[in-house]
Design a protein. Structure first.
Lengths: 443, 226
């Protein structure tokens, strides 16, 4: 069985002879000599070479295409569905939010995949049409010359050469990369064509000016212009390579970043959720333990998934959430925190948080039911409400040697220019803490 | 609002029919068991497409709808509401979520859900919420009230559009709900009737759904709902 006909990357010009040699199973030098001999026959060798160059894919092209159709697309799809279905939909959201799944990067494989085959067919067709057009044009020129019209070969040949050079430059990018480069440059098809055209015009103009001008001063100026023009043209022609390397580098970096993120997620889930699930299985007979473990794990995961990284970890709201979590663990009653606005933690805010903690603690300890905490940080004041639906108590009946409410809450608030209020009846108890935003809140 | 014209589908008076939409089978069966005897479960669905067909086929009074769902165009619960509303459903939607992110909740409310509760809600509470939704009320959890206050601001600032701000009374009601007060407790606290509290909450829900406030449109846009 013959190896497939593919251009080799280790060839001298475009790997055509090397590829042909591998395909036919004969030494490379034979193929090269054959080509040279054919070239002597009215340039047939050059034509054949050009033909193969255009229509035979490189090994890398082939591999890239195969990879595109199976590997990354299928893999990424699997990961997506897994996160969304197994890990709970919120994990998916967390992803998006924290930028784990780079939508553009992750999508590249999947999005291109369904169309890639059709796209390739269309492209191949276009390539043939282009080649055919070029041949027809050449034939037309010959016919016109045969009919007696004077064809300016000195003008046409350089144009043809420059056009071929530019076309070859662009054909070095494979289809997908070319599309990406076009997209990236915001050029689209028309823009890309325009740039190519500009390159050709510049190159041709440069060559013509350099060749046709004579005279001393004019010559210098013209040469200068010509050189600049040629340089500009070459720059345009070389641009695809620069873009190509840059894009490849970027793709690789994105892939590595994704890999790191995934490893981090896996590590986190292992250390937290899996461990907790194992613990829960061990303690299945103790309802309180199971509840406590589940709640602590839920809070930890929630924090990890939804915590706003832009948010200052030293803020009042975060502080209250941490305290609520701690008390939840301690007493096993849910403590829900709702925060509207936020404040930086100054000394006064810290005192407010401590007072709130005392209130939460009392509620969890004495009322022994769910506790609601509401923080509202407005422009002038910061308020915290701690409420439970317990049986309530009579504040005046609390013995005066009990320091909890008086010292930890009331006096503490007063010392920092704030105030506190306690209300308790049959519907439960609510502690209201209030702090004017003058001290430390500017920080 | 239109609490009088309850959808009548020949069921025992007082019972409310529901469809449970959630992609986790364990959660669906748990919820089914937690619902009180006055709730009749007509069906379950796990994806956007399933939800659309089950809801339009059974026409429940209330749909218990998870915010995150696979299928469709990736719009989750909000997409289910959009699709069902397009097909002229009379069912009302109560959003359920474990999510803490404001954009998820606001998106599903703006799509037309009449309430939002977290999945850790107890059986009697969810039963009560379903009945409330069925009778045309809105159900605001403390967290949703917090989102509302965050989005509209806690001060009554002067803005051109009436939809873009809450009245002083609505602000008071939202604050109390955020503090963990029930509708009844809120009514008692403000010396108004429960009916009035419900009216205020429905008005807030309407503003939440129709306001063009920057924060709200941003949340909705992020979920590609506009």
């Amino acid at each position: 069985m013959r190896p497939p006909l593919l251009r080799r990357s280790d060839g001298v010009i475009a790997g055509v002879c090397a590829g042909l040699a591998v395909h036919l199973g004969i030494p490379r030098s034979w193929v090269r000599i054959g080509m040279a001999v054919l070239t002597l026959a009215s340039g047939a060798g050059v034509l054949l070479y050009a033909w193969l160059w255009i229509f035979v894919p490189t090994a890398a092209d082939k591999a890239a295409e195969a990879g595109r159709q199976t590997g990354p697309a299928a893999f990424m799809h699997g990961v997506d569905t897994k996160i969304l279905h197994d890990g709970g939909a919120q994990a998916g959201r967390g992803d998006q939010r924290n930028g784990f799944a780079d939508p553009a990067g992750a999508g590249t494989g999947g999005i291109l995949e369904p169309d890639s085959w059709r796209e390739r067919t269309v492209r191949a067709g276009r390539r043939e049409v282009l080649f055919g057009t070029a041949l027809l044009l050449a034939a037309a020129v010959f016919v016109v010359q045969l009919l007696g019209v004077q064809v300016n070969w000195g003008f046409l040949v350089p144009i043809a050469v420059v056009a071929t050079g530019a076309a070859l430059a662009w054909s070095q990018l494979d289809d997908v990369r070319r599309a990406r480069v076009m997209n990236r440059a915001g050029a689209g098809r028309a823009g890309g064509a325009l740039r190519l055209l500009a390159g050709i015009v510049l190159v041709v103009a440069g060559v013509l000016v350099a060749l046709s001008s004579s005279g001393s001063w004019t010559l210098t100026m013209a040469t200068l212009v010509a050189v600049l023009a040629v340089l500009a043209g070459v720059g345009l022609v070389l641009a695809p390579w620069g873009l190509k390397f840059w894009r490849d580098l970027e793709t690789e970096r994105a892939a590595r970043a994704r890999e790191t993120e995934r490893a981090e997620i896996a590590a986190h889930l292992h250390d937290s959720v899996l461990q907790t699930l194992a613990l829960i299985q061990n303690r299945a007979d103790s309802e309180t333990d199971v509840l406590r473990l589940a709640r602590a794990q839920e809070r930890e995961l929630r924090q990890w998934l939804f915590a706003d990284p832009a948010r200052d970890p030293g803020s009042l709201a975060e502080r209250l959430r941490a305290m609520a979590g701690e008390i939840e663990d301690l007493y096993g009653h849910p403590v829900a925190v709702v925060a509207v606005g936020d404040a930086a933690l100054g000394p006064a805010e810290d005192a407010l948080a401590q007072a709130a903690r005392e209130a939460m603690l009392n509620a969890a300890k004495h009322a022994a039911v769910a506790v609601s905490v509401y923080l509202e940080a407005g422009a002038d004041t910061v308020e915290v409400f701690v409420r439970d639906r317990g049986d309530g108590f009579d504040p005046s009946a609390v013995p005066s040697d009990r320091l909890g409410i008086r010292e930890s809450i009331h006096s503490r608030m007063l010392r920092h220019g704030g105030s506190s209020e306690l209300r308790s009846d049959g519907d439960g108890t609510e502690v209201r803490l209030r702090l004017p935003r003058t001290t430390g809140s500017a920080a | 609002m239109d609490s009088e014209n309850l959808p009548a589908d020949g069921a025992v008076p007082g019972t409310v029919s529901v469809v449970i939409v959630d992609d986790h089978g364990i959660f669906r069966s748990g919820l089914r068991a937690a619902l009180g005897p006055v709730i009749r479960v007509l069906g379950e669905a796990a994806t956007v497409e399933e939800a659309e067909s089950v809801i339009t086929a059974t026409g429940p009074d209330v749909v218990l709808l998870d915010v995150h769902l696979p299928g469709g165009r990736g719009g989750g619960g909000a997409e289910v509401i959009h699709r069902c509303v397009t097909r002229g459903t009379a069912s009302r939607f109560l959003a359920l979520s474990v999510s803490d992110s404001a954009e998820d909740v606001v998106a599903v409310i703006r799509a037309g859900a009449r309430g939002y509760v977290t999945k850790t809600i107890s059986g009697p509470e969810i039963t009560d919420a379903v009945q409330r939704i069925a009778s045309g009320d809105a159900v605001f959890s403390p967290r949703l009230a917090g989102f509302v206050l965050d989005a509209f601001g806690t001060a009554s600032v002067a803005v051109d559009d009436e939809l873009d701000r809450l009245s002083a009374r609505e602000l008071e009601v939202m604050r109390l709900i955020a503090r963990g007060y029930s509708y009844k407790e809120t009514a008692k606290e403000l010396f108004i009737s429960v009916k009035t509290v419900e009216t205020h909450v429905s008005a807030v829900l309407r503003k939440l759904q129709l306001s063009s406030r920057h924060e709200l449109t941003r949340w909705a846009t992020e979920r590609r709902l506009l």
